[in-house]
Design a protein around this ligand. Structure first.
Ligand SMILES: Cc1ncc(C[n+]2csc(CCOP(=O)(O)OP(=O)(O)O)c2C)c(N)n1
Ligand SMILES: [Mg+2]
Length: 736
């Protein structure tokens, strides 16, 4: 391998340091800034130089075809001061330019080697400590550094959630993963500060603080004035965040280690003692372009780029050390060279580290499933006094229940069983939900565990992500399926990826209840009857439960909560609104849809469908409202001696394909009844799955139209109807 080239940036730095004037030697234990001894400042210089050298190594490795990542931290090394002002147990969700923070944090804990950690990340090495070669990111389970995705600002809702959980932990009987006096630190760039995800999370932080609820959150905006090539207007970050109600703001110069340390220390101590959010505006520069591939001169003049060399944080720290007599210019230069050499040597040694080589290795941490352990938890007898909890009438003694009632009783039992379970969302507490599903839970479990949130689905899911990664079992509610869509990345991009990108070391146990689907009588319009779930079907590892019957709903909710607690599963629990209060199946007053509360030792394993009827003439595969429609059609056909078997999938991800294929082979005719859209609907998966399974019999589908849902009875023109199901069934039967 060729030697790493000297960057012009380095030449400028070395020359500037050499030009500093030495002062009389001072006691290294004397402070160079309040609370910062000279000796400590020297260590922080090493950390900053280490981070810089890692950027050089990244470019060098890339140039040799060995490395895969060149977004660096050069110019941002002032963030070492933020790490120095915090405890190594304070949960950190870091910007991708927080390399010096990471180095300083790692060196606060004996036995860590941040250089090796970061280099292994660049090399996509399987031994990399957080993502195991799946992603280049700052993260370490032993350092409370939670890894981030590449989606800028998407980590702020989770950071909000972690801070909320820390603040709430004193009121909960369940332990959390962090000390109760933690400060949660979350850093991001200046352009990212404008993203609606950031703006929403910061707004929610202010909203929480305004209510005097504890929220120990330190936001750090690393402001280099650029988002790739786009300039942040001068003064914008201060204008946007400098005077927000409930958010304390301090600005610091990232070139000035002493000043940055003083500001970070003041805010960290304040956030810790006051349990209120603060915003540290850390002004930085950005060296070496946005990434190794970015030709910065296309949008910045050479003069401007060179002018920034004077604002190099390493030069700032060198000046502090030299002026205070902690080191001579020669000693600083020597330290720089030692650090540089050791990092580049380590890089050369690590080239060729084993990488992931099989799909099985890659996918191992995606969604671990231990069904036996899940079953044990799902069917455990609730601890605590159920009789007192339910005020005398146990759900199993209530007689037949509706879907809404069954979910309500199950949530109640689960709140009793799992002290770390939280129920929250819009209108879930005092009102008990738009459809009464969470009615009474606030009174039973208390306001610390059942609470209304701000009207922002990204924040609702962010609170859940934060609670989950902190060791609780969040059960948030999204009021209507249509309103998941504006926050969906928190589920798809964040919750469902954490286990993968942390090699299973961090998890996001989560059961998000979503009321959805069409067929609501007398109430409607698209946004309350949305039936589009394609966006959930392709998220790797996501569990999608969709019960139709009351007994199933209670039992499946037990499973989802247990899977979240045991395996860290990310579960979506899709509830058909139109069936919430349905009582009858075939005739008015028959009560055919109601079911008793299932025995406590009963649950439904993930992926297990439910069969109705033993007919061999036709298999109808369906779920949700489609089950109600299909069972009615099946009865009409039975009157003509056509015997159907109706299979309720119950789980839409993973689809129970083995069982579907087995039942299909028995009948030789399959009709999939899909109440969601034709495109992206579940039927696509079922029919393709049957082909994959080698099924060669007849098959067909009916699905709702690729339409939005109109108001009133016109909705029925685009939703699957009993007539369509019956016609399709007859057509299949006619094929012989
Ligand atoms: C949601 C999203 N949109 C776009 C991108 C592509 N992108 C990556 S970094 C970046 C600029 C971020 O600028 P800033 O927040 O100021 O951070 P900096 O790189 O300057 O430190 C963009 C647009 C992304 N990663 N995520
Ligand atoms: Mg920027």
């Amino acid at each position: 391998m060729t030697a790493a080239p000297r960057e012009p940036l380095e030449a400028a730095l070395l020359e500037a340091i050499a030009g500093l004037t030495a002062a009389a030697a001072a006691d290294p234990d004397a402070p160079v800034a309040p609370g910062l001894a000279g000796r400590r400042a020297l260590e922080l210089f090493d950390d900053q130089a280490t981070s810089r050298a890692l950027d050089l190594a990244a470019r060098w490795l890339r140039g040799q075809g060995a490395g895969f990542y060149t977004i660096g931290s050069s110019g941002h090394e002032g963030n070492a001061a933020v790490a120095a002002a915090l405890r190594p147990t304070d949960p950190a969700l870091l910007h991708y330019r927080s390399g010096a923070f990471y180095v300083t944090r790692a060196r606060q804990v004996p036995g860590h080697d941040p250089v090796r950690d970061v280099l292994l990340g660049m090399l996509a090495a399987a031994a990399e400590p957080i993502a195991g070669g799946r992603h280049k990111v700052f993260g370490h389970a032993g350092l409370a550094v939670i890894p981030q995705t590449s989606t800028i600002a998407s980590h702020l809702p989770r950071a909000l959630g972690v801070a909320f959980t820390v603040g709430r932990s004193r009121k909960l009987a369940a332990p959390i993963a962090w000390p109760a006096d933690s400060v949660v630190v979350c850093s991001f760039g200046d352009a990212s500060a404008n993203h609606s995800t950031a703006a929403g999370a910061i707004n929610t932080a202010c909203h929480v603080a305004h209510q005097h609820l504890p929220l120990p959150l330190l936001l750090v905006c690393e402001d280099n004035g650029l988002g790739i090539s786009v300039r942040t207007p001068k003064g914008w970050i201060a204008a946007a965040y400098g005077s927000r109600a409930g958010l304390r703001y301090l600005a610091a110069d990232g070139t000035d280690l002493a000043g940055a340390y003083a500001a970070a220390s003041e805010l960290a101590a304040w956030v810790r003692s006051e349990q209120r959010p603060a915003f540290l505006h850390l002004r930085t520069v950005r060296f070496l372009g946005h990434a190794g591939t970015d030709v910065e001169t296309a949008y910045r003049s050479g003069d401007e780029i060179r002018r920034d060399y004077g604002l190099d944080p390493l030069l700032g720290t060198a000046r502090l050390l030299v002026e205070r007599g902690v080191a001579t210019p020669e000693e600083v230069l020597e330290r720089y060279e030692v650090v540089r050499r050791s990092v580049l040597d380590a890089a050369a040694e690590l080239v060729g580290s084993p990488t992931l080589t099989t799909a099985a290795e890659v996918m191992a941490p995606l969604a671990p499933r231990r069904p036996d352990a899940v079953a044990a938890v799902a069917t455990a007898t609730p601890s605590g006094d159920r009789s007192a909890w339910f005020a005398g009438t146990l759900p199993e003694a209530e007689g037949p229940l509706t879907l809404a009632q069954a979910i309500n009783r199950a949530l109640s039992d689960l709140l009793l069983t799992h002290p770390g379970l939280l129920v929250f969302g819009e209108d879930v507490a005092a009102k008990g939900g738009v459809y009464g599903v969470t009615r009474g839970l606030l009174k039973r479990a208390g306001a610390a565990r059942v609470f209304d949130t701000v009207l922002d689905e990204q924040s609702i899911l962010g609170l859940a992500l934060g609670a989950g990664v902190s060791g609780l079992v969040p059960v948030p509610e999204i009021q209507y399926l249509a309103y998941l869509h504006n926050a969906e990345d928190q589920l798809r991009g964040e919750a469902a990826t954490l286990s993968f990108f942390s090699n299973g070391q961090y998890r996001n146990p989560l059961v998000v209840r979503i009321a959805g689907y069409g067929y609501q009588k007398g109430f409607g319009g698209h946004f309350h009857n949305d039936d589009a779930i394609g966006v959930l079907r392709d998220v790797p590892g996501l569990v999608v439960a969709s019960p139709a019957r009351p007994g199933d709903a209670a039992a499946m909710l037990r499973t989802c909560v247990a899977a979240a607690a045991v395996d860290g599963s990310v579960c979506v629990f899709l509830e058909p609104i139109a069936l919430y209060h349905t009582q009858d199946l075939h005739e008015p007053g028959d009560g055919g849809w109601l079911e008793p509360y299932p025995p406590l030792d009963h649950h439904v394993p993930i992926g297990e469908p439910r069969a109705y009827g033993g007919g061999d003439d036709l298999l109808i595969v369906t779920w949700g409202n489609g089950l109600h429609l299909s069972l009615r059609v099946a009865r009409r056909l039975a009157a003509e001696a056509v015997h159907c078997r109706v299979l309720d999938l119950r789980w839409l991800a993973p689809l129970p394909m083995a069982r579907v294929a087995e039942e299909a082979l028995r009948t030789g005719r399959v009709l999939v009844v899909d109440e969601t859209r034709r495109t992206g609907g579940v039927a696509e998966g079922v029919l393709a799955g049957l082909v994959d399974a080698g099924y060669g019999g007849a098959m067909a589908r009916v699905a709702s139209k690729d339409s939005l849902i109109p108001l009133g009875d016109a909705a029925l023109t685009v939703l699957v109807s009993e007539d369509e199901i019956e016609a399709a069934a007859r057509a299949l039967l006619a094929r012989g």
